[in-house]
Design a protein around this ligand. Structure first.
Ligand SMILES: Cc1cc2nc3c(=O)[nH]c(=O)nc-3n(C[C@H](O)[C@H](O)[C@H](O)COP(=O)(O)OP(=O)(O)OC[C@H]3O[C@@H](n4cnc5c(N)ncnc54)[C@H](O)[C@@H]3O)c2cc1C
Length: 473
């Protein structure tokens, strides 16, 4: 059996985990090449440093519900650098900060009393409330589960802010993916850390040198195992020619630098519309239109470096209020415990690609951010040493009311191709976590035999299971 060439598009956690697993095999002779358009590995789960501080692309943590196999790999890859930390977040609910994840004592004493009483009233009257029969939109599911108090002050404004659509324009699927405690009973049960399993919910894993350390260590292993990672190379054309695929990549630093590589098999972790748009022969117009109608929510990440060793003791603040521009503030120093005289904040601002916020000059955003910090009673009184922003075009898949049909059509087309598989957050159009990304990579590896035959039936079954993954905050 000769060497089989495998190309992976994208060096996020999915692409890296897949390459690592493919190269780990004893008997297969695989040549594995990853192409990445950015100048770093890790994708959304990468990190960078500035002024001696390490930052992630938004608040990132590994959830203890990641499962034993993922945890085993994390421990192998990160050893003593994998830290188990206690969560210490807060959520801003009707002018008050309440600990998040919720604890009963804190919720009772710190939540707005009227809000609290209304929540309890909704809970007690749940079985007498008229149910919405058609569970089509986000509103139907969430209102049926929780009643108006929690919906109107938390779920609806937060949903609109994160996804940019009114909750009745969002699919019910969005609620099912995101909300793990779909009833008051479950919320109340979740309140009480009765067992060690439930206690885990208040902890998280985190690499000592930032989330990006996972990608860095995976990249180092891949190289040791003989794989290659080409950064600054954007996939531009995938030509399917019988059993081979010819990939054209362009350097993002020198646009006239174009190279063509041939592969027996391609795994793509790039966004579905981007993949469909580079496949040749060109997919039918109907498929291109369906995939181009899959929408993503983008994000501006605004970073502040402050002249103080610590801004607050909290690792993250969640801000559902609709009239505040950001959804979350994180202070990475409280995760990675660096010992500096300065601290940094990462402020997450959801928006649409090329929309007003996306195109806003940094000084305008900064002004709004500072005023919004004051509105939530968290004024920034320290000297701002540096402020800068980064933009993520594909932050969240957007589950509008027509996404399912568009996704089905796109997947049916891709399933008809023998030697291309699309996976990962962007490639499955899945709002997922890092551990889900790793699990899908494991499955893709399992489905490919040493002779480069892919068990598509098993893959499609697993893909349907991945869709039931619940996202953890
Ligand atoms: C703000 C935010 C916070 C999050 N917080 C958490 C958290 O706390 N815990 C958690 O478990 N998960 C979290 N997640 C989810 C987590 O980041 C993802 O599940 C995971 O990183 C997805 O990895 P991926 O490889 O599938 O996708 P990506 O990381 O998106 O990787 C895709 C890669 O493809 C590259 N690419 C795109 N187009 C091309 C092209 N044409 N050619 C070559 N390369 C290309 C991209 O540059 C990127 O590197 C968060 C996500 C966001 C947006």
């Amino acid at each position: 059996m000769g060497t089989k060439k495998i190309i992976i598009l994208g060096s996020g956690i999915t692409g890296l985990t897949l390459a690592y697993k493919l190269l780990w095999r004893n008997n297969a002779k695989f040549e594995v090449k990853i192409f990445e358009k950015e100048n770093f590995t890790g994708g959304l789960a990468g990190s960078f440093s500035k002024e001696g501080l390490i930052f992630d692309y938004g608040s990132h943590r590994i959830h203890p519900s990641c499962g034993d196999v993922v945890l085993g790999d994390l421990k192998n890859l990160l050893c003593y650098d994998l830290k188990l930390l206690r969560r210490n977040g807060r959520i801003h609910l009707i002018n008050n900060f309440v600990k998040f994840p919720f604890t009963p004592k804190n919720f009772i004493f710190n939540a707005n009393p009227v809000f609290f009483i209304n929540c309890v009233k909704d809970f007690l009257t749940k079985f007498f409330r008229k149910k919405i029969d058609s569970e089509i939109s986000f509103v139907d599911i969430v209102l049926n589960s929780f009643g108006p108090a929690l919906c109107n002050s938390f779920y609806f404004p937060y949903a609109e802010k994160i996804w940019g659509l009114s909750p009745c324009e969002l699919s019910a699927y969005q609620a099912k993916k995101r909300i793990s405690s779909n009833s008051f009973i479950k919320i109340v049960k979740n309140f009480y850390p009765l067992s060690s399993a439930r206690n885990k919910k208040f902890c998280f894993y985190y690499p000592r040198l930032g989330m990006g350390q996972l990608a860095q260590n995976l990249s180092a292993e891949i190289k040791k195992l003989g794989g290659s990672i080409e950064l600054n190379r954007k996939a531009e054309k995938l030509v399917i020619d019988k059993n081979k695929i010819n990939l054209t990549v362009r350097s993002t630093q020198n646009i006239s630098d174009i190279k063509i590589f041939t592969a027996d098999f391609v795994f793509s972790t790039i966004a579905l519309p981007s993949l469909i748009n580079i496949i040749e022969p060109k997919p039918p117009e109907k498929i291109k239109s369906a995939s181009n109608h899959l929408r993503y929510r983008s994000m501006v990440l605004f970073y502040l470096i402050l002249k103080t060793p610590r801004f607050t003791e909290y690792d993250a603040h969640y801000i559902p209020d609709k009239n505040i521009i950001f959804t979350r503030i994180s202070e990475p120093k409280n995760y990675n415990l660096q010992d500096n005289e300065t601290t940094g904040l990462c402020i997450e601002i959801p928006c649409f690609y090329n929309g007003e916020t996306w195109n806003s000059p940094e000084h305008i955003l900064l002004k709004t951010i500072l005023s919004d910090f004051r509105k939530i009673n968290l004024p920034i009184d320290h000297k701002i040493i540096k402020s800068f922003s980064k933009k993520i075009r594909y932050a969240y898949p957007l589950y509008d009311l027509s996404f399912q049909d568009n996704l089905d059509q796109t997947e049916i087309f891709l399933d008809s191709l023998d030697n291309i598989i699309s996976l990962g957050r962007q490639g499955l159009f899945a709002h997922d976590n890092i551990h889900h990304a790793m699990q899908t990579a494991y499955k893709a590896n399992d489905c490919l035999n040493d002779n480069i035959e892919f068990d598509k039936q098993t893959w499609v079954l697993s893909r349907n299971q991945f869709k039931n993954h619940k996202v953890q905050d």
